[in-house]
Ligand binder design. Structure first.
Ligand code: 3PG
Length: 210
């Protein structure tokens, strides 16, 4: 059978958080990520160009797993899914957003920072969550502590992840994948330095492979 989206994210182990202004920038970044060995992009709804970028990458890069990030309203769920997003990521946990994603049949990683957030996610039938902002809420130590009471939960820590701490996060059995923007730093996108995006991506892929 075809792997599920969460299985594909688990195989990739790294989810690049992408902030781009338009479709052209989005395509350039997507190809740079793919060239680095990581055909995954979480395009964030922080710019007016996010939707067009998701549409363009979905159309031009068929092997790429494209998701939408920073999805904070049911309306954005619909926009992202219409644009072609295969998964959704949110910085926090909104019941309305999660339900809209579930109605659309698209997996969502809601953000959690506390045990109460995780309990709210479990109530909604969600067992894979983004831990955000991972570095601020305790990093790998927080994941170890939360995995005690919540042994069934898989985490995608995001926020402050870098090449330096990626191995420590990915070494935890409850970590499905890590997310982060360091490979696609905004200064690189602005400068059009796709070669450096590819270099950082290949480095992340290599670190993730252990
Ligand atoms: C996110 O949207 O998840 C964060 O902006 C990513 O955090 P980072 O920039 O620290 O990687």
């Amino acid at each position: 059978p075809e792997p599920s989206v969460l299985e594909r994210l688990e195989r990739a182990r790294v989810v690049p958080v992408v902030v781009v202004d338009d479709a052209t920038q989005g395509l350039g970044v997507a190809r740079a990520l793919d060239d680095g060995g990581l055909p995954v992009a979480e395009v964030t709804f922080r710019t007016s160009g996010a939707r067009a970028a998701i549409e363009a990458i979905t159309a031009e890069c068929p092997g790429m797993l494209v998701g939408a990030g920073t999805v904070v309203s049911p309306r954005q769920v619909d926009e992202a899914v219409t644009a072609g997003a295969s998964f959704l990521v949110s910085p926090g946990l909104s019941e309305a957003v999660v339900r809209a994603a579930q109605e659309a049949g698209v997996p969502i990683l809601p953000g959690v920072a506390t045990a109460s957030d995780i309990m709210a996610a479990l109530d909604l039938g969600i067992t894979t969550v983004k831990l955000f902002p991972a570095g601020v809420v305790g990093g790998p130590g927080a994941i170890k502590a939360l995995s005690g009471p919540f042994g069934q939960v898989r985490f995608v820590p995001t926020g402050g992840v870098s090449a330096a701490n990626l191995p420590e996060y990915l070494g935890l059995p409850s970590v499905l994948a890590v997310g982060g923007s360091w490979m696609v730093d905004k200064t690189l996108v602005a400068a059009g330095d796709l070669a450096e995006i590819t270099r950082r991506t290949a480095q992340a892929v290599s670190l993730a492979a252990g």
